[in-house]
Design a binder for this molecule. Structure first.
Ligand code: NAP
Length: 287
């Protein structure tokens, strides 16, 4: 495993396991436990995924089985927009995540979206962080202009910004802004999130063959080598294993550059953050 150091001094694994769209508790529990058995130590959940409880159960089971200690794990969750109305609501939301997961602390807690009263919500998270129940706090889906304004305004700079990053949406400018403020970039949908069909790309296949790897492994390695933490999701045991076997090869500079040529700019994004209907939906304001 490779690690990156956060602005708190903590070490964050460069690869983790995501559990978005795994609402079934048993399926989530099995997938997370398998991931920990395989070697993943970072698990990425969220209030909105409705599986913080299954993640907490899997963590306790893994520790019981002696697979790892709590200290070796890095558990991330996120505050949803409905709790981003005031400092008090954010504190209550963070406390709810802790209670639902059954964990004494979370290693990283993110504002899930730059929506609602995210400045007040951040001040709430700063308090829970000061109490030691959140070891680091960060943001998600903060585009460069929003992140700049945020970092220039808040007391504690976010440790991490989790955003959509893959070869079709490389967000080079956003990474530059994050580097400027010492915010670690974390890639959601590092495999393209089930879109773009990267697995059929002949250039990607050629690179994979050269290294004796799969296209999925090449995409994840590409993410890590450009300095982003990757959190692929799968509920298939063999893919969970495959996606973790990426620390025994290195992509050449030309290969890194070739993969990046697939960038489609803003048209490559899966997120709908620029769509007013999506924002209203997240705020629960849709008619
Ligand atoms: N902060 C945010 O707003 C946000 C948004 C989206 C996601 N996330 C986080 O990022 C994580 C990853 O993003 P994501 O789940 O959207 O996308 P992803 O990890 O890029 O892709 C997941 C998709 O790829 C498939 N897959 C996984 N491994 C594969 C492999 N080796 N070969 C072929 N297909 C493979 C999965 O199917 P199977 O499960 O059937 O294997 C699933 O359909 C999420 O789980 C979540 O933790 C955060």
């Amino acid at each position: 495993m490779e690690f990156v150091t956060l602005n708190t001094g903590a070490a964050m694994p460069m690869e983790g396991f995501g559990v978005f769209r795994v609402p079934d508790k048993k399926e989530c529990f099995d997938a997370v436990l398998h991931a920990i058995r395989v070697g993943y130590r970072l698990i990425d959940t969220a209030t909105a995924y409705d599986n913080e409880d299954a993640v907490g159960d899997a963590v306790r089971q893994a520790i019981r089985e002696g697979l790892c200690t709590r200290e070796e794990l890095f558990i991330t969750s996120k505050l949803w927009v409905s709790d981003m109305t005031s400092e008090e609501a954010a504190i209550a939301g963070a406390e709810r995540s802790l209670k639902k997961s059954g964990l004494d602390y979370l290693d990283l807690y993110l504002l899930h979206q730059a929506m609602g009263d995210y400045f007040s919500a951040w001040r709430g998270l700063e308090q829970v962080y000061q109490q030691g129940k959140l070891k680091a706090i960060g943001v998600s889906n903060f585009y460069p202009n929003i992140l700049t304004n945020f970092c220039e305004t808040v007391e504690i700079c976010p440790a991490v910004n989790q955003v959509e990053l893959h070869p079709y949406y490389t967000q080079e400018g956003a990474l530059e802004t994050m580097r400027y403020y010492g915010v670690v970039p974390e890639a959601w949908a590092p495999l393209g999130g089930g879109r773009y069909n990267p697995f059929e790309d002949q250039d990607f296949q050629r690179i994979a063959e050269k290294h004796g790897k799969t296209v999925g492994q090449v995409l994840l390695r590409w993410g890590i080598q450009r300095g982003t933490v990757v959190i692929p999701k799968s509920t298939h045991p063999e893919r969970i294993e495959e996606n973790f076997a990426i620390f025994d090869f290195t992509l050449k500079r030309e290969e890194m550059e070739l993969i990046a040529t697939r960038d489609m700019g803003y048209t490559g994004t899966r997120a709908k953050h620029f769509d007013p209907d999506f924002v209203r939906m997240c705020l629960g304001k849709n008619k």
